[in-house]
Design a protein around this ligand. Structure first.
Ligand code: DC
Length: 231
């Protein structure tokens, strides 16, 4: 019996283009795009609002049962995040929330709290899910795992352009320093550190345009879908 659902896991460091590429590939394939970083950011925002230290497991864990986190999609395919009924999709996108998200994501209680929510999405739909541990922990049996990376300089340049478009006045040096810290923290934490799954295909987008990166991942999906339907 064949299972028609298809799961694509895309992991990689901050600024490698995961969200943009995952979203475009999902749209091309007619799959649902799940941005798991946005879910961690929403927890980060809740912790910030509660005035708790995001590194302190004893302060963060008691907050979790009181959080109702949901997501849905705009007509253009963008994921919208809701915290206790409030649309926080814009509020989670600041450099400060990047740091809060990275800090809370190192806490095993937070990772456990969010695991089912992420897995549920892939039970119902064919998905392209992006994050740091999708291929290693969340969807270890994903049909295709992609590790999307790029040089730190290329990633910082892209993130700077994204922030500038939103009117944020961060400098290249600030963005590069934040990125270096997040790379280090995300990869060195004990709980589900960022790393490529053994069976992941690595795609380095440093010298690719966005269109080329989307095409490269889309081609991998098409190829793997062909193999799956033939098996
Ligand atoms: O992809 P992003 O920048 O929105 O992610 C924000 C932070 O959340 C990132 O620093 C690491 C964390 N994260 C994680 O630990 N696991 C995921 N699956 C997704 C994000």
């Amino acid at each position: 019996m064949s299972d028609k659902r298809f799961a694509v896991a895309i992991d990689g460091p901050a600024g490698a283009g995961k969200s943009t590429i995952a979203k475009a590939v999902a749209a091309r394939c007619g799959f649902v795009y799940v941005d798991t970083g946005a879910i961690y950011r929403t927890v980060g925002l809740a912790v910030r609002r509660a005035g708790a230290d995001p590194h302190d497991a004893a302060a963060v864990a008691p907050l979790l049962p009181g959080l109702e986190i949901r997501f849905d999609y705009s007509p253009d395919g963008s994921q919208r995040m809701y915290l206790n009924g409030e649309d926080v999709s814009g509020a989670i996108r600041s450099p400060e929330m990047s740091m809060y998200a990275s800090a809370v994501s190192a806490l095993p209680a937070v990772r456990a709290f969010l695991l089912d929510m992420q897995r549920e999405a892939a039970k119902v739909h064919s998905v392209v899910m992006d994050g740091r541990d999708i291929g290693t922990v969340v969807l270890p049996r994903a049909d295709l795992k992609v590790f999307l990376t790029a040089s730190r300089e290329a990633r910082a340049r892209r993130r700077l352009a994204e922030l500038a478009a939103k009117g944020d006045g961060s400098t290249f040096e600030q963005v590069a320093a934040d990125m270096a810290k997040r790379d280090h923290d995300d990869a060195s934490r004990a709980a589900a550190p960022l790393r490529a799954a053994e069976d992941a295909v690595t795609v380095d987008t440093s010298c690719m345009t966005l269109e080329e990166s989307i095409a490269a991942v889309y081609d991998l999906v098409r190829q793997r879908m062909g193999e799956k339907s033939g098996s």
